[in-house]
Design a protein around this ligand. Structure first.
Ligand code: GLU
Length: 327
């Protein structure tokens, strides 16, 4: 009798697992978060967000997965085409995409929506000692990775080169490699330097500074940089904490540069419920979230709403209003 009963229970459970409970319970939504290369900060950031969401998968009927991608520009375009539901995007590119500038000249991405801002990213330039590159002017004639076309750093690198009076097409040998390859390439002597717009610390610069070949960061500052930063709302001066993060780099102090913020973006087509659930999980567990990467240490509820230029998605807005972060 007992055994028959047990079989019955097991049978019911098994069919429930296969067929669902059939009482109109909602289907689970699957969302993908586009990030960047595995040695950057976007990839672990996507992992941290999905970790928060997935512990409540049953409650929210939501499962998030993370994809490594070419970076910000790729992420904006994939969100717009519906290939990704979420993506991490540099704040300068969020602005340009929504307004139809630069990469999106004349094609405003009107359905792009902001969710929240995350860590600061610095435009970072690393060179090998043997390349003789100690200032921006020394880049002339050198082999420099400015980044793959889908990356956010490529546009930043071109802007910095132009500010230094260097034509990226004529005055340097510009390479278009993914950031994930750059650390090994500088150690192999196949590139002299590389640009990466990224949070610190990150795996790429850890790898690049840990090899046998001596390398160092090059500062990006001066009057032309000051004017450029002052005239654009999404840029701010920043410092790369070299000593604390990359002790093997051949620098005597921290490095001055400028940068942006990483932001989470989505499309107006993604449902309010999905965005609300994701935002709620991250904000309600912010202390825990911040422990998932050292670049998150300075995050606060307020800082996470600064640096957004596309309209905030209604699902996120609903949460921010509920907790009084936005009127
Ligand atoms: N900021 C870079 C980009 O948009 C990615 C940095 C990262 O992966 O952490 O391409």
């Amino acid at each position: 009798m007992k055994r028959v009963f047990l079989f019955l229970i097991v049978g019911i459970l098994a069919s429930a697992a296969v067929f669902g409970n059939g009482d109109g319970e909602k289907e689970r939504s699957y969302v993908t978060i586009g990030t960047g290369g595995v040695t950057g900060v976007y990839y672990p950031t996507g992992g941290a967000i999905s970790k928060m969401v997935n512990r409540k998968s049953d409650e929210y009927n939501l499962k998030a997965t993370v994809e490594t991608t070419g970076g910000s520009v790729y992420n904006v375009n994939a969100i717009m085409s519906g290939d990704l539901e979420f993506g991490i995007v540099q704040s300068d590119l969020q602005y340009q995409a929504y307004k139809g500038l630069e990469e999106w000249e004349g094609e405003p991405q009107e359905d792009l929506r902001a969710v929240f801002a995350i860590h600061p990213e610095s435009i970072s330039l690393l060179a090998s000692d043997e390349s003789g590159i100690w200032t921006l002017a020394d880049l002339r004639g050198k082999v420099v990775n400015i980044g793959n076309p889908g990356s956010g750093n490529r546009k930043n690198a071109i802007d910095v080169l132009m500010l230094a009076g260097i034509d990226p097409d004529r005055d340097i040998q510009a390479e278009g490699l993914q950031a994930v390859e750059a650390a090994a390439m500088i150690q192999d002597g196949r590139i002299d330097a590389y640009f990466y717009t990224v949070g610190h610390p990150n795996g790429s610069f850890k790898e690049a500074t840990a090899g046998a070949k001596k390398v160092h960061f090059v500062s990006i500052h001066g009057p032309a940089v000051d004017d450029f930063v002052a005239s654009r709302p999404f840029y701010a001066k920043s410092v790369i904490p070299v000593k604390a993060n990359y002790p093997a780099a051949n620098n005597t102090g921290d490095i001055r540069t400028f940068g942006v913020k990483a932001t989470l973006c989505t499309s107006a087509k993604v449902s309010e419920e999905i965005v609300y659930s994701l935002v709620k999980e991250v904000f309600e567990n912010l202390a825990e979230f911040k422990e998932l990467h050292p670049a998150f240490a300075i995050l606060s509820d307020e800082s996470m709403l600064e640096g957004l230029s596309a309209p905030i998605h209604p699902g996120a807005l609903k949460y921010y209003r509920e907790v009084g972060l936005i009127e």
